[in-house]
Ligand binder design. Structure first.
Ligand code: DX5
Ligand code: ZN
Length: 241
């Protein structure tokens, strides 16, 4: 069979992290339960402060409320300036993974240590044109590297195609310096772009509108994403075998 993807996924299963940003906030608990019953792996919670990104969402109170009904790890994506002011608050609220943006702090090494000390797993996010050298230096300290495939701030944006080239580079870096660090991609992930991201090296897919948007119910949407990804992972298995 012709080799059509560059990398074989390093985890046996690609992880799905639905973003509740696109859920109906009047029925947040039901949305969370529906995603969990449909077999999601994480819940992705987008925290925005109106400064780092031009949008506002929620804080530790909502994270804590979601924690009370969650059965999967909470993947908290902090799109806030000076995240060092809030790390402990989100850890106490129940964040299992705290992902901070490299662009949001002047003291990244200190911040990553602070997240580690909070007890949460450590994630680092990069905006679409932030040089990957930042990530290269930080990789030994990370559990998760989040490559943004849109400009952060809003759900429902179009996947930036050049992200696949970045993912391929990140995958090589990760394999070299920290094989335990997961590679996550966030923004514009749907049944068409998910296979591209996985083929390029992504292992955790964040999806907001493709899971909670107006099309279909949550279980069907999650199944559709899994099927789209399975075509890539099955092919990778055949290539390995
Ligand atoms: C965007 C957020 C994303 C967002 C993704 O800034 O970080 O997590 O919810 O939404 P979709 O999947 O609709 O692009
Ligand atoms: Zn996000």
């Amino acid at each position: 069979m012709a080799r059509t993807c560059c990398y074989t996924p390093p985890v046996s299963k690609v992880l799905l992290a639905p973003s509740v940003l696109s859920a109906n906030f009047t029925r947040l608990g039901q949305s969370v339960t529906a995603a969990q019953e449909a077999g999601c792996d994480y819940l992705h919670l987008d925290v925005m402060d109106g400064h780092f990104v031009p949008n506002l969402t929620f804080g530790p109170g909502i994270v804590s409320a979601i924690k009370s009904v969650s059965t999967v790890p909470l993947d908290v994506h902090l799109m806030i300036e000076q995240p060092e002011r809030f790390v402990e608050r989100f850890a106490e609220a129940g964040a299992d993974i705290i992902t901070v943006h490299a662009e949001a702090t002047s003291h990244l090494h200190r911040l990553l240590s602070q997240v580690r000390e909070s007890g949460a797993r450590v994630g680092l996010a990069l905006n679409p044109l932030t040089p990957l050298t930042v990530l290269e230096g930080a990789l030994p300290y990370l559990d998760l590297a989040l490559i943004m495939s849109v400009n952060p701030g809003f759900g429902g944006q179009e996947f930036i195609q050049a992200t696949t080239l970045r993912l391929e580079t990140v995958r090589r870096m990760r394999d070299r310096s920290n094989p335990n660090c997961l590679i996550e991609v966030d923004g514009g992930i749907n049944k068409d772009t998910a296979p591209l991201a996985v083929a390029a090296g992504a292992e955790v897919l964040v999806a907001g509108s493709a899971v909670f948007g107006s099309m279909g119910d949550v279980a069907t949407n999650i199944a559709t994403l899994r099927e789209a990804v399975a075509r890539v992972t099955d092919q990778a298995g055949e290539l390995r075998g």
